[in-house]
Design a protein around this ligand. Sequence first.
Ligand code: UDP
Length: 322
Amino acid sequence: MILVVGGAGYIGSHLVKELVELKDVLVLDNLSTGHRSAIDERALFVEGDLGNEADLEKIFIENKIEAVMHFAANSLVGESVVDPFKYYDNNVAATLTLLKVMMKHDVKNFIFSSTAATYGIPDVNVITEKASTNPINPYGRSKLMIEHILADFHAAYGLHYVVLRYFNAAGAHHTAEIGEQHNPETHLIPIILEHLLGEREKISVFGTDYDTADGTCIRDYIHVTDLAEAHIKAVDALLVGTVQTALYNLGNGKGYSVKEVIETCETVTGRKATIEYTNRRPGDPARLVASSDKIYKELGWKASRGLTEIIDSAWKWHSKKK
Ligand code: UDP
């Protein structure tokens, strides 16, 4: 049995849909931002909190857990700046409780959702895992803290783990049964598509004076199903024992500017956007593009879905949701 903490959330629910084909899956989620309806019905579900030791104890006593995959985190950069306590409490303290209960029950395999925000403002064009980590906001710092804790737990307690640093997750399941559904929505692709569906008056482009070809920020967008497939490879490597500790970037290796993303959305949907150019959003680095060569070399994973496929799948999901 694999315990997926945060399996009702955007990335967790897509992982669960793939994982239930291969393994018994138990989802723990407090439904604070996730959706009960997003959890594949083949998975068991426990509503509870990863910071609640009693909830965790019950799960580990009643089930034979082989590995834990941890998706349950707050992940908004701006919110982390105004409410850092929430980020250190949920992303760090609660995760530490989860790790404590895992160690107590001798569960030693852990997959951790980390982020490109651990790099801060990178001094390289394409980011490898060797790039320095200088996060510029509490969200990035909260994730990096757990990365350090995992290394210490490996050395002291023999924890085996894989850290996956996501770049910009986007897209939806090919069935359009699940997709991205945040409230409030802050992410670029869903905002553009909601606008093109008539749910928003316009799109704001945050900053046009970045040091990039068209002046808007460049990001590496990765399909959520590609992310899910990387998790399957990672947990498999832990369970068969080919990996004890690893840290991998997950991206496409190709960057798109905000303007290019809007243009691709217009092409995919055949609709025209109304755009407002505004000031920069605090905390946004100009360019975040991943090298995912390491996970390709070591686990044979690489992203296979590009920006058009990402937007096409997201469009089907948003159109259906409406
Ligand atoms: N962005 C934008 N308008 C929006 C939302 C986002 O211009 O309404 C930009 C944002 O400044 C960033 C990029 O789009 O450069 C991706 O932002 P998102 O919030 O989707 O992901 P992040 O990079 O913050 O994880």
